[in-house]
Design a protein. Structure first.
Length: 547
């Protein structure tokens, strides 16, 4: 047995044949066809009677644990599985261990093989085993033999087979990559089908939610459960005269709700008047609300009608009501109780019919307990409370809000609307938006100045580094060092993962089991970085909750 055959020049006709085989291999995109061509090429170059190609799998079982016979010629599977096939595998094992080619001219008289049962039974003469080398290890072995011809595998044949084995390594690597892409494409197609089905469910859910409302709220963008809940309440109180207090953080759209209350009501044809109670000092605000007579105070050179009188028959919206002075609170209370006003410096009382809608970003109930706001006025203003959720609690609405503002900006500028890049949307969903909808709109109005090809990429957010790179967010190097520990899910994520697993990874059913809408589930998947790809998701779930 010659374990290290000397390298011989390859004859030109064989080189041409090798080039042809190489071209054919490069054309193949199916792994099964790649394996077939590799086996055919090995037999053509060696003129062997039979053989097989062994490749690593990393899995137990089979004739050789960790490997499988990927292709074979003139060796039925039942023969490969017999015990007497051991000598062939013995040669293969030697090649795997040494990484060197093994060749014998006559196995019947070779000290290594002659006692082997398969050599005696099959009458094997020539045997050749060539390693298929990867970058850092042997990936497999070409095994070839002949029962009748001695010395079939000469130095030139061995040299050609070793070159062909290197080609095989490249072809196998390419085939594996293609198979991986096919698998990913199948998973992606499945994911697209699932998403399309669930998107249909979401759209039906959205239509049902909005259709259930009696009024139109075209200027109020939002379909999240919390927003629909607020609009449903507004829907029920629009036609009443009852006072309404709107409570929410700055920028949540309190004035938009006040406008909806007015313009959807029977008062729509009458005035809608607004006043910010924190924008004026006490004396000016009193005059603004109730009016004054000429000479009532310095610079009162003419009579002035108050905005409450201007709003007669309609609605007045008093924003930031919590900042109104105690003295003015008592005068507003009197108006709410009696329905009349007395201009500053006048003894005349004016009867009015005005609906009062107030708003604040401060909790009036807490201010009452602290003695900073009149309790009786609070109860008069707070006939019904409409609570508006901050944007961070209705992130499901963020994509449609962003799209609405981008279209609005484009219409104003007479340009093509921009869109958010997926990575920009991910950054937006991770940000808390302390300025809420107003901050989102202002951010987009500035970001469109830096867009690339009508796409708002993270680069366009350089003016807002706390969004592009949130405070405390780890740098890439730090994230790599943190490893998977940084991805460990919290209790809320665990609950979501359990629901997905228990419902067979059907997101619509999982959302129902969690008692949330499908839109809310998608937002949480995005927020918590839970994989969307079906196979990756299954692996993620198995890792953290089992099953």
């Amino acid at each position: 047995m010659n374990a290290e055959p000397s390298q011989k020049p390859i004859p030109p006709p064989v080189l041409r044949h090798l080039r042809g085989l190489h071209r054919d291999l490069l054309k193949e995109t199916d792994m099964d066809r790649v394996l077939e061509r590799l086996m055919e090429g090995a037999l053509q170059l060696s003129r062997a009677e039979s053989g097989f190609l062994l490749l690593e799998t990393g899995r137990p079982g089979g004739p050789l644990p960790g490997y499988r016979i990927a292709a074979a010629r003139h060796l039925p599977k039942k023969v490969l599985e017999r015990e007497e096939f051991g000598p062939s595998l013995s040669a293969v094992r030697r090649v795997l261990a040494s990484g060197e080619t093994i060749v014998t001219d006559n196995a019947m008289i070779d000290d290594v093989f002659r006692e082997a049962k398969s050599v005696q039974v099959q009458g094997l003469r020539s045997i050749l085993a060539v390693p298929v080398r990867g970058v850092d290890r042997v990936l497999g072995v070409f095994y070839l033999d002949h029962r009748f011809e001695e010395g079939l595998f000469g130095p030139e044949t061995v040299a050609a087979l070793e070159v062909f084995a290197d080609m095989a390594a490249l072809a196998l690597q390419k085939g594996k990559m293609i198979e991986g892409l096919k698998t990913d494409n199948r998973a992606l197609s499945e994911e697209v089908e699932i998403r399309a089905s669930e998107m249909g469910m979401m759209q039906r859910e959205l239509r049902n939610s909005r259709q259930a409302l009696k009024k139109e709220y075209g200027e109020i963008i939002g379909n999240s459960p919390k927003m629909i809940e607020a609009l449903s309440l507004v829907d029920r109180i629009t036609d009443a005269k009852i006072s309404v207090w709107i409570y929410g953080e700055s920028g949540t759209g309190k004035e938009a709700i006040a406008r909806a209350l007015h313009f959807n009501s029977p008062r729509a044809k009458k005035p809608f008047v607004t006043e910010n109670c924190s924008a004026l000092p006490e004396t000016l605000l009193e005059s603004e609300l109730f009016g004054h007579k000429k000479g009532a105070f310095t610079h009162a050179v003419t009579d002035k009608k108050g905005i409450l009188e201007y709003a007669d028959g309609g609605t007045i919206f008093l924003d930031e009501i919590a900042d109104m002075s105690v003295a003015l609170q008592s005068k507003l209370l009197r108006f709410l109780q009696e329905g009349d006003v007395r201009p500053v410096g006048s003894n005349q009382v004016i009867r009015l019919d005005v609906r009062v809608v107030s708003a604040s970003n401060k909790d009036l109930g807490r201010l009452v307990r602290e003695g900073k706001f009149r309790e009786d006025l609070y109860f008069r203003l707070n006939g019904v409370t409409v609570r508006l959720p901050p944007l961070r609690e209705r992130l499901e609405d963020l994509p449609v809000l962003a799209d609405h503002f981008l279209k609005k900006i484009a219409g104003r500028e007479g340009k093509k609307p921009c869109r958010l890049a997926p990575e920009t949307l991910r950054l937006f969903l991770k940000y808390d938006w302390p300025g809420n909808i107003r901050e989102l709109q202002n951010t987009l109005e500035t970001a469109v100045l830096f867009v690339e090809a009508h796409v708002v990429t993270p680069n366009a957010l350089a003016f807002k580094p706390h969004i592009a790179q949130p405070a405390g967010a780890p740098r890439e190097a730090e994230k790599k060092e943190a490893g998977e520990a940084a991805l460990a899910p919290n209790s809320e994520v665990i609950k979501i993962l359990h629901a997905l697993r228990d419902e067979g990874f059907h997101r619509g059913h999982a959302a129902k089991a969690l008692g949330i809408s499908l839109r809310t589930l998608y937002t949480r998947l995005e927020r918590f970085g839970i994989p969307r790809n079906q196979e990756t998701l299954k692996t993620y779930v198995r890792k953290y909750v089992g099953g």
